[in-house]
Design a protein around this ligand. Structure first.
Ligand SMILES: NC(=O)c1ccc[n+]([C@@H]2O[C@H](COP(=O)([O-])OP(=O)(O)OC[C@H]3O[C@@H](n4cnc5c(N)ncnc54)[C@H](OP(=O)(O)O)[C@@H]3O)[C@@H](O)[C@H]2O)c1
Length: 483
């Protein structure tokens, strides 16, 4: 098969926070995998920056260790690793200090694509932006990559946007939501807009409701203290789940182009109705199979949610009256992310015994085993009259696409390559992030003012009882959480 990997232009990528967890686990292994895949040219320079004193060789050794740990064995080629390590450099810099910047400037070539990845705490964004500008390091079209969390409310998100806007234009800023880099998430757009099949049904007339689930089996573990200041709403809903909701609910953009796609997503967020207390369930996991959330968070009085379920409405013509149920939580029964679009009953049943009838449903699995499953009714085979049975039309991308499907680049690989290519479609625009906070802020303020404790749920369960009731009251039920 002819390789469809198109090498990107030679580039210089500076990773601020290169000794940190994200760089070690995700950014550097992703860059190596793209190098191994033939997409990163040998002339590329990847320049690590942090306060720790290291020379190039020591940094390369650290990265070699990270690759051993985080790159699949099938891609561990001594020759390729050695060639990749030759692309690496390191400069010791304190973001808030004034030393090392000239050394960095000498390494970053002005005539190539330049990207600066801020893999550091957001409090350092301002210091970095100022110095990249003041030392004349970043060119006018340099890309700036920033990580979540992008603020913890509208005020702080605006402040971050303003900080970056002081030196960079919106077209230079790449706000990562790694969910958008997942193959299946992009496939949502392909399924909706490259097929005639679903779009005519994709509205309040034919869709009964939509369920979006992002379930994790892990607790808050080592990051308990940080998580306790955030919670599921800030950590997962405001970014990942709302992005998924946007892709499901948005109107067709006029073109698959960054501004067109992001304009449509923004309209969805702006059309979201405010939520009332009856639309929200918050939960906190409790043992006995492990420590409870409050132990993990080191806060016996914590009122932070490790689970949240919401019922939302997109107030526009297409979705009038159709609920979107969102849920996400930690220490749940299985690790799974999926979107289920549940269709309405046919208007009239011609079959006498309609009790076998089950709704048509399109399930898009984001993880594990990325793929799609369309549940349809057919006649149960064999004698016994016309009995109906629901069957899945199941497609796992790995099966359907063979080797290429099994070897899909992970979200970070795709997103970093998009940064180099200058394609912002899969990154959040500043106004999108602000609109998302503008919707979530009053919800969070409401429960902070009410001082209610989230409902306890057993670790390893499907979440709090009240979350089941949230749908039961509407005559619906959640899909089972399972891998
Ligand atoms: N880890 C993840 O899975 C993950 C996921 C999503 C988002 N994020 C976000 O990504 C960013 C980085 O996260 P992380 O987990 O990698 O954090 P981390 O492990 O604490 O690493 C922070 C990095 O920043 C460097 N640093 C700290 N202060 C500095 C300063 N004054 N000047 C220059 N470098 C400085 C540190 O190196 P020195 O101490 O050597 O300076 C280290 O390399 C954070 O904003 C985080 O919220 C992380």
């Amino acid at each position: 098969m002819v390789s469809r990997v198109i090498p990107v232009d030679p580039f210089d990528l500076v990773i601020f926070g290169a000794t940190g967890d994200l760089a070690r686990r995700k950014i550097l292994p992703s860059l190596y995998r793209r190098f191994f895949g033939g997409q990163v040219p040998d002339e590329a320079r990847i320049i690590g920056v942090a306060r720790t004193e290291l020379n190039d060789e020591q940094f390369r050794e650290q990265v070699a260790e990270a690759l051993k740990e985080f790159v699949d064995e099938s891609k561990q080629s001594a020759e390729q690793i050695a060639a990749f390590l030759r692309c690496l450099h390191y400069v010791t810099i304190d973001a808030t200090g004034e030393t090392g910047w000239e050394t960095l400037k000498a390494l970053v070539r002005p005539d190539l694509v330049q990207a600066f990845y801020f893999s550091v705490a957001p409090e350092l964004f301002g210091a970095l932006a100022d110095r990249l500008h003041n030392y004349g390091i970043a060119q006018a079209d340099a890309r700036i990559v920033v990580e979540k969390p992008f603020g913890r409310d509208l005020v702080s998100a605006r402040a971050l946007n303003d900080t970056l806007a002081a030196h960079f234009t919106e077209s230079q800023i790449y706000r990562i939501d790694h969910y958008l880099g997942k193959e299946t998430v992009q496939n949502l757009m392909a399924v909706r807009f490259a097929n005639i099949l679903f779009e005519p049904l994709w509205n309040a007339q034919y869709v009964d409701h939509v369920q979006i689930t992002v379930a994790e089996t892990v607790g808050v573990g080592g990051r308990g203290a940080y998580y306790d200041t955030s919670g599921a709403m800030r950590d997962m809903v405001q970014n990942h789940l709302m992005q998924l909701l946007c892709l499901i609910a948005m109107e067709p953009p006029y073109h698959f182009d960054p501004s067109a796609v992001r304009d449509e997503k923004l309209k969805v967020i702006r059309a979201l109705d405010p939520l009332g207390p009856e639309d929200i369930v918050r939960g906190q996991y409790v043992g006995p199979n492990g420590a409870s959330y409050r132990d993990d968070a080191g806060n016996p009085d914590s009122r932070t949610e490790s689970y949240v379920a919401l019922r939302c409405h997109v107030a526009n013509w297409r979705w009038k009256g159709i609920p979107f149920y969102l849920r996400t939580g930690k220490k749940l029964r299985a690790r799974t992310s999926e979107i289920a679009v549940v269709f309405k009953e046919p208007p009239h049943s011609i079959f006498d015994d309609a009790t076998d009838w089950r709704e048509n449903m399109l399930v898009i699995r984001l993880q594990p085993n990325e793929g799609m499953n369309l549940k349809m009714m057919i006649k149960e085979p064999g004698p016994g009259g016309m009995r109906l049975v629901q069957v899945p039309l199941d497609m796992s991308f790995a099966d359907a696409l063979g080797e290429e499907g099994a070897d899909m680049p992970d979200a970070y690989e795709r997103l970093i390559m998009d940064v180099i290519r200058g394609n912002q479609t899969l990154f959040m625009r500043g106004d999108e992030v602000e609109a998302a906070w503008a919707w979530t802020d009053p919800i969070i303020a409401g429960w902070e003012a009410a001082k209610t404790r989230p409902q306890p749920y057993d670790a390893g369960s499907s979440g709090p009882e009240d979350a089941l009731m949230l749908m039961h009251r509407d005559g619906r039920r959640w899909r089972e959480i399972r891998e």
